[in-house]
Design a binder for this molecule. Structure first.
Ligand SMILES: Nc1ncnc2c1ncn2[C@@H]1O[C@H](COP(=O)(O)OP(=O)(O)O)[C@@H](O)[C@H]1O
Ligand SMILES: [Mg+2]
Length: 270
C-alpha cells in the first residue's frame, strides 16, 4: 500500500477536493483504495457519503482509531464506493485533546494502527486539517508521497517555508523515503497572476518536484462540492476531471507504480 498525503496548513487550497478526486479516480480505475479523513470538519467524509451526525454518536473516526487500544482499523471502515473504503472524521474536541495529550510518540499512532491495512489496499489517500499538529504529523510520518496543493492566488506562498521545514523534520525522523511534490490547484493558464505564482512554485520546489499537471479552476468543481459529489461523477468529461486522471497517471510515474504492476503481471504470466 502506497500512502499519499495531501498537506498544507493553509485552508482552501484544495486538499479535500484533491484527496477525494484522487481516491475516486484510483478506485474507479481498479485500485483498492483506503481514504482517511483527518480533518474534524469532516468535509471528505461528508462528500464521500458518511453521515456526520451518526458519527458523532458512534465515534468510529480516525481520531478515535488512533486512541483505540482494543479494536482493529477494520472496525472503523465505511464502504463508500466499489474498492473504496473510508475512515471518517467528525467534530470531537475530546478526541483531539486526548490525542494531543498522549505522552509517547503520538505521531506514530496512526502508522501503527494501519500496519495491518497494507495487504488490503493498493493506495491510501489521507486528507489533513489546516494545521501542523498531531493529525497532520501522523499522516506525514507514514507518507510515501506528500502532495502540497498550492492554489493560484495571492498569499498562496505565505507560510510555505514553515510547512516545508516541518515536512523535512518528519521525513528525517520517520519517513526517509517520502517524496514531496507540489501541485498547482485552481489554476487558470490564461491569467498572468496564476502563471507568476506557478513560476515561484517551480523555483521553490525545482521543476522535478512540481507536478506537470495543473488543476484548472472551474465552476463544475464548486458545483460538485456543493452537492457532496466528485467532479468525476458529476462531470467526468470536464477539464478538471481530465486533469485529475492525468494527475493519477503522473503519481503512478512518481511512485514507480506502473513498472511495479508490469513486473508483477510478467511474474504471474510465467
Ligand atoms: N479546481 C477548482 N475549481 C473551482 N473551485 C475549486 C477547485 N478546487 C477546489 N475548489 C473549491 O475551493 C474550496 C476549497 O477547497 P477544499 O478542497 O475544501 O480546500 P481545503 O481542503 O484545502 O480547505 C471548495 O469550495 C472547493 O469547491
Ligand atoms: Mg479540507
Amino acid at each position: 500500500m502506497k500512502i499519499i498525503v495531501l498537506a498544507n496548513h493553509k485552508g482552501g487550497c484544495a486538499k479535500t477536493t484533491t484527496s477525494m478526486s484522487l481516491a475516486v479516480t484510483m478506485a474507479s480505475a481498479g485500485s483498492r483504495v483506503l481514504a482517511i479523513d483527518l480533518d474534524q470538519q469532516g468535509n471528505l467524509s461528508a462528500s464521500l457519503g458518511a453521515d456526520l451526525q451518526e458519527l458523532e454518536e458512534t465515534r468510529l473516526t480516525s481520531y478515535r482509531l488512533m486512541l483505540d487500544e482494543k479494536r482493529d482499523f477494520s472496525d472503523y471502515l465505511i464502504k463508500v464506493r466499489p474498492r473504496l473504503d473510508l475512515i471518517p472524521a467528525c467534530l470531537d474536541s475530546d478526541a483531539e485533546a486526548l490525542l494531543e495529550g498522549q505522552s509517547v510518540s503520538r505521531e506514530l499512532l496512526l502508522k501503527q494502527k494501519l500496519a495491518a491495512a497494507h495487504p488490503a489496499y493498493d493506495f491510501c489517500v489521507i486528507d489533513t486539517p489546516p494545521s501542523l499538529r498531531t493529525p497532520t504529523l501522523s499522516a506525514l510520518a507514514m507518507s510515501d508521497l506528500t502532495i502540497v496543493p498550492i492554489e493560484s492566488s495571492m498569499f498562496a506562498l505565505l507560510g510555505l517555508g514553515q510547512l516545508l521545514r516541518t515536512i523535512s523534520k518528519v521525513r528525517r525522523a520517520h519517513a526517509p523515503d517520502m517524496q514531496l511534490m507540489a501541485l498547482s490547484t485552481m489554476y487558470t493558464s490564461r491569467q498572468n497572476l496564476d502563471k507568476g505564482i506557478r513560476e515561484k512554485v517551480l523555483e521553490k520546489f525545482t521543476e522535478d518536484f512540481v507536478f506537470r499537471t495543473t488543476i484548472p479552476r472551474t465552476v463544475q468543481v464548486g458545483q460538485a462540492t456543493a452537492t457532496l459529489q466528485t467532479i468525476m461523477e458529476t462531470a467526468p468529461e470536464s477539464a478538471a476531471a481530465f486533469a485529475f486522471r492525468k494527475l493519477v497517471a503522473e503519481i503512478f510515474e512518481v511512485l514507480g507504480y506502473e513498472q511495479e504492476r508490469e513486473a508483477a503481471s510478467k511474474r504471474n504470466s510465467r
